[in-house]
Structures are given as structure tokens and as C-alpha cells.
Design a protein around this ligand. Structure first.
Ligand code: NAP
Length: 252
């Protein structure tokens, strides 16, 4: 039996990386997906890859509440009320010491991660079926500190507070809310962070990061997608308000 048979899942940042890998796995498990993001071309090619019978896309910057509301409407009009919401869109911000950190980048990074997840919750919870699941992609640095990434670290910790608050509010409806905490995961997003942080080539920077991970390697997007599937499905029916690390032991 497929784990998400006839479920509807909305995924932000669904056109690439972790979001796209999760969308593909969710569809393989019987779901329909609503992909929300800012890159129209990427969204269109993701829908084409997954198949128009199973996926629809909507362009929205998650910092724009009205745009998120419209994207949610697009998804619900196409496939019906939502069972799974995966708030996953993100940016890395700058790599700089706090004293040098650009204030506008700090504000934008918080706005995308915390404000964005807030907008997603605000507009999806009213159209979620009771018993659904919300997943917010935080990070290993939503559990531990890391130098030179203050906005990203603060934003990823902030998402945990938002998750715990939402989990309390919607528990009476049987809706579960959890954060996912990937460690370094092989995507261009992470490659950029690692190269900027170390000043090294992609391969050498990746080796430096591998050395920080007890299991000794980066996570794959498919491994994160499997964790998202666990939180999305009934396999995790008693799991809410939890922080789920998939980081090879990095936060331990
Ligand atoms: P990714 O492929 O760059 O995914 C991020 C997605 O979010 C992109 O599709 C991006 O669109 C979209 N996005 C950015 N700003 C947005 C906005 N304002 N509104 C709507 N969509 C927006 O990278 P990823 O590695 O899969 O990251 C996905 C999530 O995992 C992020 O929240 C990230 O912080 C988190 N994470 C990643 C890692 C890692 O090692 N990769 C580790 C821990 C946590 P564009 O590409 O068009 O800009």
C-alpha cells in the first residue's frame, strides 16, 4: 500500500533540491503535489518531470503573504484540501561575522525562513484536512550554533519555535507539526555555503564539511525525502512538536 495514497501535499521550494526529491517520492507514494516557489522556469520543468496529472505549480515568494494565499488557492482548486504541507523554501544569507553582517541580508533571511513558514502555516492550516502533517525544513544549525552564518542559524532556530507553537494550536484537529533538520546535503545551495565559508573548491570544501559529520559524508536529497515521507505519513502518527535530525550525527 502506498504511504500517501490520494493525499495532497503542498511543497515550497518544490522545484529543486530537497523539495523536488520529496515531491517525486511523495508522488511515487500516491500523492498529488502542489509546488510553490519563485523560479517559474524551474517550477514548470519540475511539473513536466513529475507529470501534469500529479503536480501543479504556483509562483510565490514566501515573504509575500498574499502571493502565498493565492498559491494555496491554486493548489486547492486543482487537487482539493491539503493533507501534507512541507514548508521548505530557503536561502543561506551571507557568510560573515556578526559585526560585518549586512543588516538587509539578515532581515531578508529571517523573512524567508520564519516569515515564510508563518505565511505558509497561516494560509494552509484553514484548508488542511484534520489528521494532516506539516513539516518545516530547518537545519542541523536549527539545533546547534555555527559561526559566520548568524542570520541562517537564527532563522533555523526560529522555525523551531514557530513549529512548537503551531503544533500546540492544531493538535486538537489531529494535525501534526514537526521540523526536519538536515545536515550538509549535496545540493548547489549547500555547495555555495561550503565554498564561501572555506574559500576552497567544491570538492575540497566538501571534504572539510565531511570531517565535521560523524558518519563522514554528506546526506543525499533522497535520504532527506525519505525522512520527510516518514513525517508526512501515518508511520509517524504519534510524532508532533519534534525536531527530527538527519545529519549523520552532526548535532549530537
Ligand atoms: P535549494 O534547491 O536551493 O532549495 C531552496 C528552494 O527555495 C529553491 O527552489 C528556491 O528557489 C526556493 N526559494 C528561495 N527563496 C524563496 C522565496 N522567497 N520564496 C519561495 N521560494 C524560495 O536548496 P536545498 O538544499 O534543497 O534547500 C531546501 C531547504 O533545506 C532550505 O530551507 C534549506 O535552508 C534547507 N537545508 C538545506 C541543507 C543542505 O545542506 N542542502 C541543510 C539544511 C537545511 P530558487 O532556486 O528559484 O531561488
Amino acid at each position: 500500500m502506498a504511504q500517501l495514497q490520494d493525499k495532497v501535499a503542498l511543497i515550497t521550494g518544490g522545484e529543486s533540491g530537497i523539495g523536488l526529491a520529496s515531491a517525486k517520492l511523495f508522488v511515487a507514494e500516491g500523492a498529488k503535489v502542489v509546488l510553490v516557489g519563485i523560479g517559474e522556469d524551474g517550477l514548470e520543468s519540475a511539473v513536466a518531470e513529475i507529470g501534469e496529472d500529479h503536480a501543479v505549480s504556483a509562483v510565490a515568494d514566501v515573504t509575500d503573504s498574499a502571493a502565498v494565499a493565492a498559491a494555496v488557492r491554486t493548489g486547492v482548486d486543482r487537487f482539493g484540501n491539503l493533507d501534507v504541507v512541507f514548508s521548505n523554501a530557503g536561502i543561506s544569507g551571507a557568510v560573515a561575522k556578526i559585526v560585518d553582517y549586512p543588516e538587509d541580508v539578515f532581515a531578508r533571511t529571517l523573512a524567508v525562513h520564519v516569515g515564510g513558514a508563518f505565511h505558509v502555516l497561516k494560509h494552509t492550516l484553514p484548508v488542511m484536512n484534520d489528521g494532516g502533517s506539516v513539516i518545516i525544513t530547518s537545519s542541523v544549525v536549527g539545533l546547534v550554533g555555527f559561526g559566520d552564518l548568524s542570520a541562517y542559524v537564527a532563522a533555523k532556530h526560529g522555525q523551531v519555535g514557530l513549529m512548537r507553537s503551531a503544533a500546540k494550536e492544531v493538535a486538537p484537529r489531529g494535525i501534526r507539526v514537526n521540523t526536519l533538520h538536515p545536515g550538509p546535503t549535496s545540493t548547489p545551495f549547500q555547495d555555495d555555503i561550503e565554498m564561501t565559508a572555506t574559500g576552497k573548491s567544491q570538492a575540497d570544501a566538501a571534504k572539510d564539511f565531511d570531517a565535521m559529520i560523524p558518519l563522514g559524508r554528506h546526506t543525499t536529497v533522497e535520504e532527506i525525502a525519505k525522512a520527510a515521507l516518514y513525517l508526512a505519513s501515518d508511520a509517524s502518527s504519534m510524532v508532533t512538536s519534534s525536531t527530527f535530525a538527519i545529519d549523520g550525527g552532526m548535532s549530537g
